[in-house]
Design a protein around this ligand. Structure first.
Ligand code: NI
Length: 145
């Protein structure tokens, strides 16, 4: 495990009250854990902006499977990018709608391109992309029990 440094932080009491309220709502057990995650999130955002950065992404799409060709196009896109497609999950939500979650791993610029193609497919009603960088500094630490 990495060396742990202790730091002191000064902030206005009103800001601290709001911070404590926020992290309690988010389910954090203590301030340190919340601050660590917020720092990692910021570093991850910075890393995601670098073109050569590597990362993983979960792309969620909702579409009507009766809508012409969208299911086939989704499959075909994953086959043409099989190298970075890690996994996909298909859920039949109701008579019309399907939810598909596709996960990618690789160069962030490539993943973004692919994700944009998927989300903008004709017939896709809703598309969300969640990108996470795989930079060493921002990787979540492992919990040891
Ligand atoms: Ni379905």
């Amino acid at each position: 495990m990495a060396n742990i440094e202790r730091i002191g932080v000064s902030l206005e009491s009103e800001l601290l009250v709001q911070f404590d309220k926020l992290i309690a709502e988010l389910g954090y057990q203590n301030r340190s854990e919340a601050i660590r995650d917020m720092i990692r999130e910021k570093l991850s955002q910075k890393h995601l902006a670098e073109p050569d950065a590597s990362g993983v992404a979960a792309v969620c799409v909702v579409y009507d499977h009766h809508s012409s060709g969208v299911a086939e196009k989704l499959t075909s896109l994953q086959h043409s990018h099989f190298f970075s497609t890690v996994s996909s999950m298909h859920i039949h939500i109701d008579h019309h709608n399907c939810l598909e979650v596709i996960t990618f791993k690789g160069q962030i610029s490539e993943i973004k391109k692919m994700a944009d193609q998927i989300v903008s497919l004709k017939g896709v009603k809703l598309g969300k992309v969640n990108l996470v960088s795989l930079d060493a500094e921002t990787q979540p630490h492992h919990h040891h029990s």
